[in-house]
Every structure is written in C-alpha cells, then in structure tokens.
Design a protein around this ligand. Structure first.
Ligand SMILES: Nc1nc2c(ncn2[C@@H]2O[C@H](COP(=O)(O)OP(=O)(O)O)[C@@H](O)[C@H]2O)c(=O)[nH]1
Ligand SMILES: [Mg+2]
Length: 198
C-alpha cells in the first residue's frame, strides 16, 4: 500500500464541523510530543503535511486529511501536556470522546505511545475508551530508533503490562527518523478498510 496523495481538508472542534461526505476514517491519537505529526508525515511521504511542533500541546483541533482521495486520516488533538489548564484538559477530553462516540465511518483508531516511557494514566484512559466504544485499535510505539534491541523487548513488556493489553493486541514499533515499521503499519491500516472501493 502506498499513499500517493494527501491533502489537508478541514479542522473541526464540534461534530457539525466534521466532513459530511461519509468517507471512511482512520484516527490518530496520543500524548502531545509522542511523534504523531511525524508519523503522519512519514506515512504520507510528506515532510510538512502536519506541523511537527516545537511547542507541544498546540494543536487543539481535529484535523482531517484526505488520503488518495478515498479516505480520511484524522489527527486528534494531543493530550497530556502539563502546561494546559484543567478547563482545557476537560475540553480536550470532550472533543475526543465526542468524536469517538459519533463517527460510524471510523474504522480504526491508532493509539501512539512513546516506546521509551511507561504509558501514562491518560494513555490508559485512551486505550480504555477505544475498547469501550468498540473501535479497532492499532497500537504504535514511536521513536523506536532511540532504543536498543534489548530495550525494545523490555519496552514491549512494560507497555503490555501497563495498558493491560488484550492478547490479540499487537504493538507496532515505528520510527519516523529511520522509517522503520512503515510498510507493516500501512498494510495494517488499510487492511479491511478500502476493499469495498477497489
Ligand atoms: N528520534 C526520533 N524523534 C522523533 C520521532 N518522531 C518524532 N520525533 C521528535 O519528537 C518531537 C515531537 O514530534 P511531533 O511529530 O511533533 O509529535 P506530536 O506532538 O505527537 O505531533 C519532535 O522533536 C520530533 O522530531 C522518531 O521516530 N524518532
Ligand atoms: Mg502534532
């Protein structure tokens, strides 16, 4: 699977601002600074489709990108940034949960965690929401270039235990820097998603 075309479509805060053309969607979510923008840029072969942020926590919108003119990648706002107010955190939660509840065309939710760190309470909550709303989960551990093979094995164990993963949940290791795991992840994302259109 290759992404030949990717373009920014629209930003939304509330459901009435989401695209209305009923294309299927794949959503991306994770803590701010986890490497979400870099991952979307790597998957789409674009250097600047999504802004890679120096200041974490700046994107507070849901951004929709049209991929190969057939489906959307949905970039959900990054969470867990320490410097935002309680009020903002609440709004973030509302925005994401509203999207997860209200989107019949949503096919998969890609949850990103940083392979160097133990998943946070927010990561756990996110994992639980995805399962609770019965969405298909794709779990990605980012920045894999920063760990040795041994450390990756340890990280696998810590992530599995901390999130209390279901047996069938796999962890996809990914590096935007080295492009490791790109093909495998693309195959997973498009599996069972676009066959109807082909
Ligand atoms: N070493 C390494 N750094 C990465 C990787 N992906 C992202 N980063 C860095 O992590 C920081 C946050 O990345 P960004 O994509 O903006 O994260 P976002 O806030 O989740 O969208 C930036 O400084 C990136 O250069 C990766 O695969 N490897
Ligand atoms: Mg970002």
């Amino acid at each position: 699977m290759e992404i030949k075309q990717a373009e920014f479509m629209t930003s939304a805060v509330i459901p009435s601002q989401y695209p209305t053309d009923n294309r299927v969607e794949i959503a991306f979510v994770g803590r701010s600074n986890v490497g979400k923008s870099s991952l979307i840029n790597t998957l789409t072969n674009r250097r600047k489709l999504v802004k890679v942020s120096g200041t974490p926590g700046k994107t507070r919108l849901i951004n929709f990108f049209l991929i190969n003119k057939e489906l959307y990648f949905v970039d959900l706002p990054g969470y867990g940034y320490a410097k935002v107010s309680k009020e903002e955190k609440k709004n973030w939660g509302k925005m994401i949960e509203q999207y997860l509840i209200n989107r019949p065309q949503l096919r998969k939710v890609v949850l990103l965690v940083d392979c160097r760190h133990k998943p946070t309470e927010d990561d756990k909550l996110m994992y639980e929401w995805i399962k609770h709303y019965n969405h298909e989960l794709v779990l990605v551990a980012t920045k894999s270039d920063k760990l040795t093979k041994n450390e990756l094995v340890k990280s696998n164990k810590i992530i599995r235990e901390t999130l209390n993963l279901d047996k069938e949940d796999k962890i996809f290791y990914f590096s935007s820097l080295k492009k490791t795991g790109k093909e495998e992840l693309l195959n997973k994302l498009f599996e069972d998603v676009i066959e109807a259109e082909l």
